[in-house]
Design a protein around this ligand. Structure first.
Ligand SMILES: Nc1ncnc2c1ncn2[C@@H]1O[C@H](COP(=O)(O)OP(=O)(O)OP(=O)(O)O)[C@@H](O)[C@H]1O
Ligand SMILES: [Mg+2]
Length: 288
């Protein structure tokens, strides 16, 4: 299967943070949720993909092409939505359309009018006068108006109210229904994943914690709970996001490591939300 995105051993070092050998792939025609806590490295990874930041190592392929060598060609087929708007603040919505259409060979003014209409975007308001949710909708409208084969969204739903969020997910579902278009979107909202994602990539402190199918993620981990007397050092070191109180302990364990553990302990299938909570309170460093 062809991949829309292929990252291999991607590295980026900042003073206090490093993206450490990030590798994952998004097969063409699918939707991937990119999930991780604040500061985990989602935006940095997305900026590297879009060649907005230089990488320190590794490779990035979009539609099988190198993201730097073939940047101009690739960008014709990508639609981007960021958590902050990147259009000139004094432009009116209709001027955004006029200014951008010359940049894209497959731009459709009809699609722009249609999506702007369904989002109820006021054509004569300036970008600076739009609410946060409206700005998000404007970026989405632009992203979908040039027939992009890949949509890359950094928290597209964060500024939207629940009705608009639901509406957006439906529009995205229709957008990708021909099976040729793909979406990568970062989010904190795990219910968005349930509705639309086929794949989930979890990033923890600059490292990939898990990347695979949405259901595979739930199969790969178990929540282990038990009385403190069962918390031996070998188990303690393996548990992800270990929490203890007077009633006992709980932590996350790869399913493959659950075989040998005592029947006295409870092993439960986690929700995606619970997995996120466990990895959020873990530094990602395991003792070997
Ligand atoms: N230009 C920069 N210079 C130095 N450090 C940076 C720079 N950009 C990002 N970082 C650091 O990289 C880390 C990851 O940031 P990033 O924005 O990728 O996280 P994120 O997963 O998108 O978080 P959030 O959910 O809050 O948007 C943070 O510690 C941040 O301070
Ligand atoms: Mg971010």
């Amino acid at each position: 299967m062809d991949n829309a995105i292929e990252l291999a051993n991607l590295c980026k070092h900042y003073k206090d943070f490093a993206l450490d050998n990030i590798s994952f792939s998004l097969p063409m025609g699918h939707v991937m949720g990119f999930v991780g806590q604040n500061g985990a490295g989602k935006t940095t990874t997305i900026r590297l993909m879009l060649n907005m930041t230089n990488r320190d190592g590794g490779t990035i392929k979009i539609f099988g092409l190198d993201n730097m060598d073939d940047e101009q060609k690739i960008k014709q087929d990508i639609g981007v939505v960021f958590d902050e708007i990147f259009f000139v603040e004094s432009w009116k919505v209709r001027e955004v359309e006029k200014a951008l259409k010359g940049f894209y060979s497959k731009w459709s003014s009809e699609s722009f009018a249609q999506y702007a209409g369904s989002f109820k975007l006021p054509m004569d308001k300036k970008v600076s006068e739009l609410s946060r949710g409206m700005k998000m909708k404007l970026m989405l409208t632009v992203a979908m108006s040039h027939d992009a084969k890949l949509l890359i969204f950094d928290e597209p739903t964060s500024g939207l109210d629940p009705v608009a969020r639901d509406e957006l997910l439906k529009i995205l579902g229709t957008y990708i229904s021909d099976g040729q278009r793909s979406i990568l979107f970062s989010t904190h909202i795990t219910s968005d994943l349930d509705k639309i994602a086929d794949y989930v990539t979890l990033i923890q402190n600059g490292r990939i914690f898990h990347s695979g199918t949405k259901d595979g993620l739930l199969e790969s981990y178990r929540i282990v709970k038990g009385d403190l007397k069962y918390l031996q050092s070998a188990l303690r070191e393996k548990l992800i996001g270990l929490a203890t109180d007077i009633t006992g302990f709980s932590g996350l364990l790869p399913t493959s490591e659950c075989k040998g553990i005592s029947v006295e302990m409870v092993k439960a299938t986690p929700t995606r939300e619970e997995i996120l909570v466990f990895i959020s309170r873990d530094d990602g460093i395991r003792k070997q």
